[in-house]
Design a protein around this ligand. Structure first.
Ligand SMILES: NC(=O)NC(NC(N)=O)C(=O)[O-]
Ligand SMILES: [Zn+2]
Ligand SMILES: [Zn+2]
Length: 406
């Protein structure tokens, strides 16, 4: 890749990230106005490059450069366009724009491919607005998505989706969901410290951890903060804190590498002189074995059950579950050879973050390429990757696509 091409990739990243200007981090929650503008911009760049663009019912965008010999064999590449709230500049977006850059480089240096190359910009992966994750790749691969869900403001998934997808109907875009590809490659930032700590340039992903997400709802009794005796309260927040603290130690006891995160909490009425009557909080838990996750799910249900009192009742609802996933060995070893040939230092590692690749891997041969995250930070505005590392990831991806599609 030349300096001009690197500048183009940087410029495109900045253009999309500029859409959240003035905000804390990136806020492309699925179907939000910023999300719409970002997906529209990606579509425009694809059309400018002469790619055949289609958008499906969920707003996932597919951009094809049809193969000259085997147009029906599809080599797909891509990632997701959405972010978490107050997210970083590279999670998801790098895989979409890195893929676009690789395709542009290939068209310039090698012309049309023999097999079709497809860039996919998945509508949603993070599960940050509606209570479901990977809805873009699930829809593409015909897996079930909960269509009846609503966001915290009560907006239904269906209304948000129809509204936003209508705005992607630009001239030159067809409305369709294409068939499934023969392979899928996702380029992504590592989001953790392993590559950067060992000063490695590339990570090749062997597997992705299993992940489950829950909402715990605690119902107590709201009452006056000054007049209600301390031993007569039904404080929902106090109970939530007890549950969280007990679950955290039980998780650690079960397995010290099992992750346990409470990232979201709603307190009602959330005012200083009222005892909280109603609290909800999320649990995100992950590990590399389903057996440990099953055990911890059992513990969650047990701890919530054991802490019921006459005045405080708690319930737990699991709304997301993704399985431990092993990615394709052959694609990984092909990419390992390319990385060695290009002189990139690398390692093979498992991912602690969830990815569309684990959904794609259920239907097609799938592989992932990681580049280092500075200070191992992600899902935060400080998320960063050096230009040299961004470049190396795209170079490896370009060579992999060349090998697979030409
Ligand atoms: N690459 C990601 O940040 N993925 C995130 N999102 C999902 N759905 O797993 C996560 O929380 O790990
Ligand atoms: Zn993410
Ligand atoms: Zn991501």
């Amino acid at each position: 890749m030349t300096t001009t091409q690197l500048n183009q990739l940087t410029h495109r990243l900045e253009t999309i990230n500029g859409l959240s200007k003035g905000e804390i981090g990136q806020n492309r929650l699925v179907y939000s106005p910023t999300w719409v503008s970002a997906q529209q911009q990606v579509i425009k760049w694809g059309l400018d490059l002469g790619l055949q663009v289609s958008v499906d019912d969920f707003g996932t965008t597919y951009m094809d450069i049809p193969g000259t010999v085997h147009p029906d064999q599809v080599i797909a590449v891509g990632s997701h366009i959405d972010t978490v709230a107050q997210g970083g500049r590279f999670d998801g977006l790098y895989g979409v724009l890195g893929g676009l850059q690789a395709i542009e480089d290939l068209l310039e240096t090698a012309g049309r491919p023999k097999k079709t190359i497809r860039l996919i910009s998945f509508s949603e992966e993070e599960g940050s607005r509606f209570p479901d994750t990977f809805t873009g790749s699930k829809h593409y691969t015909n897996q079930k998505v909960n269509l009846a869900m609503t966001d915290p403001d009560g907006i239904s998934f269906e209304n948000a989706r129809k509204d936003a997808v209508g705005k992607l109907n630009l001239p030159g875009v067809t409305h369709a969901k294409p068939g499934l590809p023969s392979t899928f490659t996702e380029l992504h930032i590592e989001q953790g410290p392993r590559l950067i700590d060992r000063q490695l340039q590339i990570g090749l992903v062997t597997a992705i951890v299993g992940q489950r997400r829950f909402t715990v709802t605690v119902k107590g009794i709201a009452n006056h903060a000054g007049t209600t005796p301390m031993d007569e309260r039904a404080d929902a927040l106090e109970m939530a804190v007890t549950l969280i603290s007990e679950l955290r130690s039980r998780a650690h006891e079960l397995n010290k590498n099992l992750t346990f995160t409470v990232g979201e909490m709603h307190v009602s009425p959330n005012t200083s002189n009222v005892i909280p009557g109603f609290v909800t909080f999320s649990i995100d838990t992950r590990y590399s074995s389903e057996n440990v996750l099953d055990k911890f799910e059992h513990i969650i249900n047990q701890v919530v059950e054991q802490n019921q009192t006459t005045n405080i009742t708690s319930t737990v609802n699991r709304w997301a579950k993704s399985d431990v996933t092993h990615l394709d060995d052959q694609l990984l070893s092909a990419n390992q050879k390319i990385a060695d040939r290009l002189g990139f230092s690398s390692t093979q590692l498992a991912s602690g973050a969830g990815h569309d690749s684990q959904i794609m891997a259920k239907v097609t041969r799938t592989t992932m390429i990681f580049v280092p995250s500075i200070n191992g930070i992600s899902h935060a505005p400080e998320e960063n990757t050096s230009k040299e590392d961004l470049l190396r990831g795209v170079e490896l991806l370009t060579e992999s696509l060349r090998q697979q599609a030409y």
